[in-house]
Design a protein around this ligand. Structure first.
Ligand code: ARG
Ligand code: ZN
Length: 467
């Protein structure tokens, strides 16, 4: 136990600490069973993610009653083993587990912090496709982040507000909680009649019997767990379509409807504009969820359904929709590269503002420079590619990240810059990428040696001398 704890803290060293594998006697080429790693080794969130398998699909069936805050859930995970496994972990911080089966067989399990340690019998062979079914019931928790924000399962007066970045989904969903393991999702949610459940993807059905309504949502493109939501409450639902034909589903709390109306009406225009810049919208539908909830102080780019706990400004709406390309479709490999999400979405927001007749990107860049008027400010003394878990959603990844893109645009010219953004969204569609991948792509799109430029903006402390 002590060893395991230390190994989790040390991140990557978990691989070294795994119990020794062995071959069956007389079968040197046979299975070599060992435990899947309890972490993917991301230093910002050392317990997030697990090794030894790749999740393909989550099927989540649950009922929830806002009056009692009780959830009754059965989640079935379909995964493929990536090694011979005699044990593996899921990430789960949710309520009490009633039963757990792997395939048809009950499996023994134990919980240690957010690790749900599963011992499958029979053991699993490398390449084997298997299912894990977890039944659990109770009240899912609110989770507090390193920056003191809340996420996970946040009760509201009529339901729950459900954001999951960077570590909230295990509050209600057992899984492999790291952006490097994307999967498709289906949600079947049953709630008292009158309550609407809004999940990622497309609404397959909505049926009411005996005073309860079941919503089935299908998220058909790969999605990182932190982007999953099943936000529920009383909502005004509206449907429309973008000029390119992408279906739009919006759910707005009646208490925020008048304040949100003008912003919501622009969703099709925003998605259309970004499609012209970054390439076709990557998912089968889009929309938004605007829920009067405890104000969590941020909005979130939940896939196909960005969520807002207060009426969003047009800029914030544009930011979350831009994330559908940058963050949701093209995802991080490591949280330290968060500027690839936040800097890109912020820059897209600047571009939208200019397109919509507001400040030009250059003007926004100039005012963003004020955050770092003094070269000694933390704005310049923080390395953009390593803001740390406390400041990963702070000014540096957002504004300095966006400034970096604007400076790059000045350096390589509009033609190369916009080709680069489109190629970035296309090449890594539904995948994961790193800052080093972006630097390489920028070099090849521009034909320029940008080492010095990126070194100053991305990898060093200090205010760049010129831009
Ligand atoms: N990615 C979100 C955005 O659109 C911010 C999430 C902040 N989360 C948090 N736990 N502080 O900018
Ligand atoms: Zn963002």
């Amino acid at each position: 136990r002590g060893l395991r704890g230390a190994a989790v803290v040390a991140g990557l060293s978990v691989l070294v600490c795994a119990p020794p594998a062995f071959a069956a006697p007389g079968d040197p080429g046979g299975p070599r069973y060992s435990a899947g790693a309890p972490s993917v080794g991301d230093p910002y969130f050392p317990s997030e993610g697990n090794g030894g398998y790749d999740v393909r699909h989550y099927d989540v069936v649950f009922s929830y009653d806002p009056a009692t805050k009780r959830m009754d859930a059965t989640t079935t995970i379909t995964a493929v083993a990536t090694q011979d496994l005699d044990r593996f972990d899921l990430d789960f911080r949710g309520p009490e587990i009633g039963s757990l089966t792997v395939g048809k067989h009950p499996a023994s399990f134990r919980r240690e912090g957010q690790e749900l340690v599963v011992t499958p019998r029979p053991k699993l062979k490398n390449g084997e496709r298997f299912t894990v079914q977890v039944k659990y019931a109770g009240t899912p928790p609110v989770i507090t982040d390193p920056d003191d924000s809340i996420e996970g399962w946040v009760p509201t007066d009529d339901g729950a507000f459900v954001p999951g970045e960077p570590q909230g989904s295990p509050a209600w969903l057992p899984g492999n909680d790291h952006p490097t393991d994307k999967a498709t999702f289906t949600f079947h949610a049953t709630v008292p009649e009158g309550i609407t459940v809004v999940g990622n993807g497309q609404l397959l059905s909505q049926t009411t019997t005996g005073g309860r309504t079941t919503f089935v949502w299908d998220s058909t493109e790969p999605m990182a767990t932190y982007l999953a939501t099943v936000t529920l409450g009383r909502f005004q639902v509206a449907r429309s379509v973008t000029p390119s034909g992408v279906p739009v589903y919006t759910a707005v709390d009646p208490q925020l409807a008048s304040q949100s109306a003008a912003t919501v009406a622009r969703i099709p225009d925003i998605v259309e504009y970004f499609s012209s810049l970054f390439g076709p919208y990557p998912f089968a539908s889009t929309g938004a969820i605007i829920d009067k909830a405890p104000d969590v102080g941020y909005a979130l780019e939940s896939q196909t359904k960005p969520i807002f706990s207060s009426a969003p400004s047009l800029g914030t709406m544009a930011h979350e929709l831009a994330h559908q390309w940058f963050g949701d479709s093209v995802s991080l490999k490591r949280w330290s590269d968060i500027w690839l999400n936040e800097g890109f979405a912020t820059y897209a927001q600047w571009l939208w503002t200019e397109h919509n007749g507001g400040a030009t990107a250059q003007q926004t860049f100039d005012s963003a420079s004020n955050y770092g008027r003094a070269a000694t400010s933390s704005f310049w003394q923080t390395v953009l590619t390593d803001p740390g878990p406390v400041d990963m959603f702070g000014n540096v990844p957002y504004n300095r990240g966006a400034m970096t893109l604007h400076a790059l645009r000045g350096k390589i010219g509009d033609a190369a810059f916009f080709t680069l953004l489109k190629d970035w969204a296309t090449t890594h569609k539904y995948g994961n990428a790193t800052t080093a991948d972006f630097v390489a792509a920028a070099q090849s799109a521009s034909g320029k040696d940008l080492k010095g430029f990126f070194d100053v903006w991305l990898y060093q402390k200090g205010k760049p001398a010129t831009w």
